[in-house]
Design a protein. Structure first.
Length: 683
């Protein structure tokens, strides 16, 4: 293992193996290199068997890159037994072997967010909550919001009964009721959602100490990346697993903790030395990404947060250009400035369009920027738009495979029972659901049942029988050891009539042909997965791989095959990425920081979010704001974000629309700064 080229802090982190270690890795400080080198050191120099090492990450992309880098540092044979993956993938693998102890079958399915919302929506309707109200306080049955509340309860390890106990209003009790029915419904269908994967492993260990001890003895050395993003249940999993051997290394940066809205607990990293009093702390502060001007601005900004681990980024890079702040009259002028500045920098620096990232706090801000880029003939792609795996024809194909793989999955069955059209209308579906309820049987087992078929029109009954036969053939194909996975996927979609039926579903013919091509692309994705997974390829693994796709994977889906183009994305989506030239737009009060954060004491996290935005920039950072912006149909005057006043003036240059494409004079810069301060004082 070659450890040359590491700075002193990095070298210390790589060679500190035993006991609890908190590795505070600032933005751009070579964190991935250190994690890779540390693991390789454990394998080659410390002689630790790969089977005893567990590395947990938050994205499939990070896990894949980590394995590739470690393999290149040692050898494929040495690295192969390593367990590297996301929390969810790790827990899913554990559950496949032991979930019978919890009352589930090993062929459980995983519920996507859309699937969860569909189940919750049907439960809300069944309970009669969609139209009910108590006095003047209606229960607002937004299935997405209810799903989010259930998810937060699970990550906090709260049961439906816990939610009822703390409920202060009737609608909170009803959310608890939906939560309980939702859990019962999922279990009946042998389906788990993402949170269940974590909660059930914790329950498995609590109820079966022998299994916990087995896993503790196997995973004696644990490393957790992006530790600042862990939630309560993830902390509990790590703490239990590391309790005996205590060889736990957590890597993260509290200054980049930006996911509290999805349950992340920043205190996990802030209080790590309280949970592990003998922990060693190492700070990585030498930045290899950005210029000194950018780092000075970022350091000054984040120092305004009181609850943080002290650290200060430094660099041996050039001083670079000052951070440019551009004031526009309105959002359209702001977008025009961004588009024109990109073209100007392309010409001045001989840059590529791919070198530019345009960041914003909220997705709706992209509309004007897109229009301006189109007007200037600047190519771009928007991160966060619908991915390949979210297209309707692909979701239908996945539902067909899930229905074949897991006969108990009734939500997916109902989705595709009439795809392509086979005469299964509303009355036939209601009859199927009612018969299943009365008999206590699974819907799929009734499709060819003589007693049920008698209730249907003859043509529908024949289609139901044929569909049941197709599903049965598909299940037999899963057991064929000589068949490739992509071949099995193709056969199932063909047997169920889906491939030929696309022409019946979509008109005109051109649309149907395009969607058919997408489905064949999906079959190719099965072949790609099979190639990567080698001998471990399975339908279970393929479906799980799709369902557990994280944000960064969806970014790759969208941008794969893209030609040159500016990247438009939210700051949240930009975490982990970097660009030579970064534009951060909408720096006004109630925009960034946003209104909700101001009203809920979320300023510290908004400041961390702005810090993340600034530290994405390698060479130049440009910040834009507008005096007026049309919000909710009304033109509103906005004051500059007070984050701008937390940036050091000596690292900034100010411009307005007229001189944005040329360096502003110091006199102009001071005028603009004075105007900003005047606006803030009057507001």
């Amino acid at each position: 293992m070659n450890e040359t080229g590491l700075n002193s802090a990095q070298h210390e982190a790589v060679t500190t193996i035993d006991g609890p270690l908190l590795l505070l890795a600032g933005a751009g400080t070579g964190k991935t290199r250190v994690i890779t080198a540390r693991t390789a050191h454990m394998l080659s120099s410390a002689g630790i068997p790969a089977k005893n090492i567990l590395a947990l990450t938050f994205t499939n992309k990070a896990a894949r890159e980590m394995r590739e880098r470690i393999t290149a540092s040692v050898s494929p044979e040495t690295a192969r037994p390593l367990t590297i993956g996301t929390f969810h993938a790790f827990c899913s693998n554990l559950l496949r072997s032991h979930i019978r102890l919890l009352g589930y079958a090993p062929n459980f399915s995983l519920a996507t967010q859309a699937y969860q919302i569909g189940v919750i929506k049907s439960i809300i309707g069944e309970c009669g909550y969609a139209s009910s109200q108590d006095g003047n306080k209606p229960f607002v049955p937004d299935a997405g919001a209810v799903r989010d509340r259930i998810s937060k309860a699970k990550t906090a390890l709260k049961t439906p009964e816990d939610m009822r106990t703390t409920a202060e209003e009737v609608h909170e009790e009803r959310v608890a009721d939906v939560y309980q029915r939702y859990q019962e419904r999922l279990k009946t269908m042998n389906v788990l959602d993402f949170d269940d994967l974590l909660v059930l492993v914790l329950r498995l260990w609590e109820e079966n100490p022998d299994i916990l001890n087995k896993h503790r003895n196997k995973f004696r050395y644990i490393m957790v990346d992006e530790y600042q993003d862990t939630n309560h249940v993830q902390f509990q999993l790590i703490a239990k697993l590391a309790e005996e051997h205590r060889n736990l290394c957590v890597v993260g940066d509290d200054d980049q903790a930006i996911y509290s809205w999805r349950g992340a607990v920043v205190e996990n990293i802030l209080h790590f030395d309280q949970y592990f009093p003998d922990a060693k702390t190492i700070r990585l502060e030498e930045n290899y990404r950005s210029t000194q001007h950018i780092l000075n601005a970022a350091n000054s900004l984040i120092s305004n947060n009181s609850s943080r681990k002290a650290k200060k980024l430094r660099t041996q890079n050039k001083e670079g250009e000052p951070v440019q702040i551009v004031a526009a009259k309105n959002e359209k002028e702001e977008a025009d400035i961004v588009a024109k500045l990109i073209k100007e920098k392309i010409h001045a620096h001989k840059a590529n369009y791919n070198d530019f990232g345009v960041l914003y706090r909220s997705n709706f801000q992209a509309r004007n920027i897109e229009a301006a880029l189109q007007s200037e003939d600047v190519p771009y792609h928007v991160v966060g738009s619908r991915s390949f795996f979210e297209r309707k024809e692909i979701v239908d194909a996945i539902s067909i495979l899930q229905t074949v793989y897991n006969p108990a999955d009734e939500e997916n069955l109902l989705r595709i029972i009439n795809v392509p059209p086979r005469g299964f209308g509303t009355k036939a579906i209601e009859s199927l659901q009612e018969t299943a309820r009365i008999t206590g049987r699974k819907m799929q087992s009734l499709l060819a049942d003589p007693e049920f078929l008698q209730k249907l029109p003859s043509q529908t009954a024949e289609q139901s029988r044929l569909f049941a036969s197709c599903l049965q053939k598909g299940r037999k194909a899963l057991q064929n050891p000589g068949q490739s996975l992509s071949g099995t996927v193709h056969n199932i979609l063909e047997e169920t009539g889906y491939l030929d039926g696309l022409g019946k579903i979509y008109k005109p013919q051109k649309d149907a042909l395009n969607r058919r091509e997408n489905v064949f692309e999906f079959i190719d994705a099965a072949a790609d997965y099979e190639k990567r997974a080698s001998q471990q390829a399975s339908m279970q693994g393929f479906l799980e791989n799709i369902t557990l796709r994280d944000t960064k994977d969806r970014v790759e889906d969208h941008s794969a095959g893209e030609q040159q183009g500016v990247t438009l994305l939210t700051v949240h989506a930009a975490k982990g990425l970097e660009f030579p030239y970064v534009f951060i737009t909408g720096l006004e009060q109630n925009m960034f920081p946003n209104r909700r954060a101001i009203n809920t004491d979320g300023i510290a996290e908004e400041r961390r979010l702005f810090y993340v935005a600034l530290t994405r920039a390698q060479k130049e950072a440009t910040i834009t704001r507008a005096d007026y912006r049309t919000l909710r149909g009304k033109k509103q005057k906005l004051r500059p974000s007070y984050f701008l006043y937390e940036l050091p003036e000596e690292n900034l240059v100010f411009s307005n629309a007229e001189d944005a494409l040329a360096p502003a004079s110091q006199e102009t810069a001071q005028d603009i700064l004075d105007q900003m301060k005047d606006i803030a004082q009057k507001s």
